[in-house]
Design a protein around this ligand. Structure first.
Ligand code: C5P
Length: 223
């Protein structure tokens, strides 16, 4: 049988990253943070002096860059670009914004498909992003679409950045998230929408534990 996949899609700040990590730990499944791949591509382009709309050059990087995820000594997830630790560099709002610009290009998205599907390995995969259930893993075992009010999502992103020691201001984050939502939802290729067979969950007033339990019960019901 195919390796089971759980997809967690939704807008930024909906809680996908945290829920994906906790669920993958509980199930001992692999974890794919697909947003990190778009962020790494954006960072690599910036470092290489490549314009945000240079499709051919971006596609070239997308095909050749080596992105790795691993845990550091304290069990914290790390992201590597060609062996270089870029964990903190890719978390800035500027990098997220740049990522959402390169993500509208269909040639770029196509070039990243194989790289993302390669994470599907036994015993299972938890994949978080925007199009995991609709495009990358359409045959996923369970598809979840997480949302929350834009104010709540901005607050969460703000707290996350503060926690990482990256200062930022809340009104600016709110504006950025709204602009990013518009770009992600209205783009022609792989727009952000729930898959027809996704379970939609509003996390605005739910605790992380409640969402994790709900996701685990969906998996239990389906396997
Ligand atoms: O989730 P995160 O904020 O890290 O993603 C950064 C950007 O990458 C998103 O705003 C989106 O434009 C893009 N992205 C995407 N498809 C994915 C994951 C992320 O288009 N599967």
């Amino acid at each position: 049988a195919e390796v089971p996949v759980l997809t967690l899609d939704g807008p930024s700040g909906a809680g996908k990253g945290t829920v994906a990590r906790l669920v993958s730990e509980r199930l001992h499944w692999h974890l794919l943070d697909s947003g990190a791949i778009y962020r790494v591509l954006a960072l690599s382009a910036e470092r290489g002096g490549i314009a945000i709309d240079d499709v051919a050059a971006l596609r070239g990087i997308a095909c050749t860059m080596v992105v790795d995820f691993r845990l550091d000594e304290r069990g914290k997830p790390q992201v590597l670009l060609d062996g270089d630790d870029v964990t903190n560099a890719i978390r800035s709002e500027a990098c997220g914004k740049r990522a959402s610009h390169v993500a509208v290009l269909s040639a770029v998205r196509g070039a990243l498909l194989q790289c993302q599907r390669a994470f599907r390995r036994p015993p299972g995969l938890v994949a978080d992003g925007r199009d995991m259930g609709t495009v990358v893993f359409p045959d996923a075992l369970v598809k979840i679409y997480l949302t929350a009010s834009v104010e709540e999502r901005a607050r969460r992103r703000y707290n996350q950045l503060i926690g990482q020691g990256i200062g930022d201001n809340l009104p600016a984050i709110l504006k950025d998230i709204e602009a990013r939502d518009v770009r992600d939802c209205t783009r022609a290729v792989s727009p952000l929408i729930p898959a027809p067979d996704a379970v939609v969950v509003d996390t605005t007033r739910k605790s992380v534990e409640a969402v994790v339990d709900m996701v685990l019960s969906q998996i239990r019901r389906r396997s």
